[in-house]
Design a protein around this ligand. Structure first.
Ligand code: NAD
Length: 420
């Protein structure tokens, strides 16, 4: 088996390329192209944190609002060693189009801190989060910009963000972040919403491809919030999950893994190395496994021109943001592989974030059953809309998703006008 190749460009350049392919189909006006390929606001913050041993470290963080024509800025916060301004810009842009695809009334944003969260103590992580929240609070607010969890952050980090913002205000503002713990205004179903949304789109894609999920095999890259949830739901539906991975490698068992057992092992050991019920596999080799469904649910730049010709899955469900480069996307599409694009596939997270925001504003909470039913309807309807658009324009699902999104952002500008 092979090793992964080098990606073909920056994530932002690649996202713009994806955008341009759809914009070409629409003969999009040059002015709107300029607007939609530029970020509206960008904040870079360098801030000190006192570490447990008394040393002072300076960290760099970002918050980028790509576009707010359809509503307040919305997007996750990433804590990861590779966080850069370029990536945050790209991820913010993806958020604008993601919200538009599922018709959620938000614009797009993203934030992050370049750090290695696993190497920080709980108190260091809290101090870093609070200081970062304080630095970017000039942009935040329930009507302005609403963060959520992403790679390396979770409900607890969101609670610290909400608390820091609230302390500045002098009263509790639950609507300033989503993905909070239930105890402080979170929504039932938010924790697993992204994975559940990915799962719903996989079921729809299986219908298109004539695949019976009960006889299907899936490989999932990532065992975090998204990957772990998708793997569990697939297994519950009767699908055999043959591989799972973490950043330092994965595990493969052609007869199917016990997903809950794998996730418990990860929780206890923070690695999959040494997991006894399967053989070790690299993240790159996992992508090329013989399976029906491949779910990249870790980070960007995984499916590249180098490995796309060797992908064996019939469905690629982009749980992660930006896992496929434009060259790889074209190769997969030519090979008849159904790629469910990130801006559709993983939109379940922002959808239930929106539900959480609505519930926070009403101070009235829905049951998990209600949340899941509404999520399922939005994801199914959105999948069908993207599919019909793909058939209408004779383009890939990704181009179709961008076409719908671009039309909706353009409509917002046309109706609102360009100030002044
Ligand atoms: P997470 O931090 O919970 O999990 C990330 C997983 O990716 C972990 O298993 C980690 O070990 C693995 N990973 C990290 N670096 C890796 C590398 N270099 N190679 C292979 N694996 C690596 O994060 P998450 O929330 O599950 O997010 C995963 C992806 O889904 C990201 O692309 C994120 O932007 C996207 N996403 C998340 C949400 C959400 O609600 N959490 C919503 C939409 C999209």
């Amino acid at each position: 088996m092979s090793t992964c190749a080098i990606p073909e460009g920056s994530l932002f350049d690649m996202t713009v390329q994806m955008f341009n392919r759809a914009a070409d189909c629409l003969h999009l006006d040059e002015g709107y192209r300029k607007i939609m390929t530029t970020c509206q606001r960008e904040l870079v913050v360098n801030f000190p944190v006192v570490m447990d041993d008394g040393r002072i470290e300076v960290f760099t963080g970002y918050r980028v609002q790509h576009n707010t024509s359809r509503g307040p800025a919305k997007g996750g916060i990433r804590f990861h060693p590779h966080v850069s301004l370029d990536d945050v810009r790209a991820l913010a842009m993806l958020m604008t189009f993601k919200c538009a695809v599922v018709k959620i009334p938000y614009g797009g944003a993203k934030g992050g801190v370049t750090c290695h969260p696993a190497s920080l103590s709980r108190r260091e992580l809290e101090r870093l989060t609070r200081r970062y929240a304080s630095e970017i609070s000039i942009l935040l607010g329930p009507e302005e910009d609403i963060p959520a969890p992403d790679v390396g952050t979770n409900a607890r980090v969101m609670a610290w963000l909400m608390d820091t913002y609230s302390m500045h205000r002098g009263y509790t503002v639950p609507g300033v972040v989503t993905g909070k713990p239930l105890e402080v205004g979170g929504s039932a179903g938010r924790e697993e919403a992204t994975g559940r949304g990915v799962f719903v789109t996989i079921l729809e894609a299986c219908r298109v491809k004539g695949i019976d999920i009960k006889n299907a095999r899936a490989a999932v890259q990532g065992t975090g919030n998204v990957g772990g949830t998708v793997a569990r739901l697939l297994q519950q539906e009767g699908c055999r999950v043959v591989a799972l991975s973490k950043s330092d490698g994965g595990v493969y068992n052609p007869h199917g893994l016990d997903v809950n057992d794998v996730l418990t092992y990860v929780q206890q050991n923070r690695t999959l190395q040494g997991y006894p019920q399967g053989e070790a596999i690299s993240n790159c080799d996992l992508l090329e496994l013989d399976c029906n469904i491949l779910v990249p649910a870790a980070i960007e730049n995984q499916l590249l021109a180098g490995n796309a010709p060797r992908i064996k899955a019939q469905i690629v469900a982009e749980g992660a943001n930006g896992p496929t480069t434009p060259e790889a996307d074209a190769i997969l599409t030519d090979r008849g592989i159904l790629v469910i694009p990130d801006i559709l596939c993983n939109a379940g997270g922002v959808t239930v974030s929106y539900f959480e925001w609505v519930q926070s504003r009403d101070a009235y909470f829905w049951t998990e059953r209600e949340v899941n039913a509404r999520l399922k309807r939005i994801m199914t309807d959105s999948f069908q809309e993207v599919l019909h658009t793909a058939q209408k324009y004779n383009v890939s699902m990704r181009q179709a998703a961008y076409i719908l999104a671009i039309e909706r952002v353009r409509a917002a500008y046309e109706l609102r006008g360009i100030y002044p």
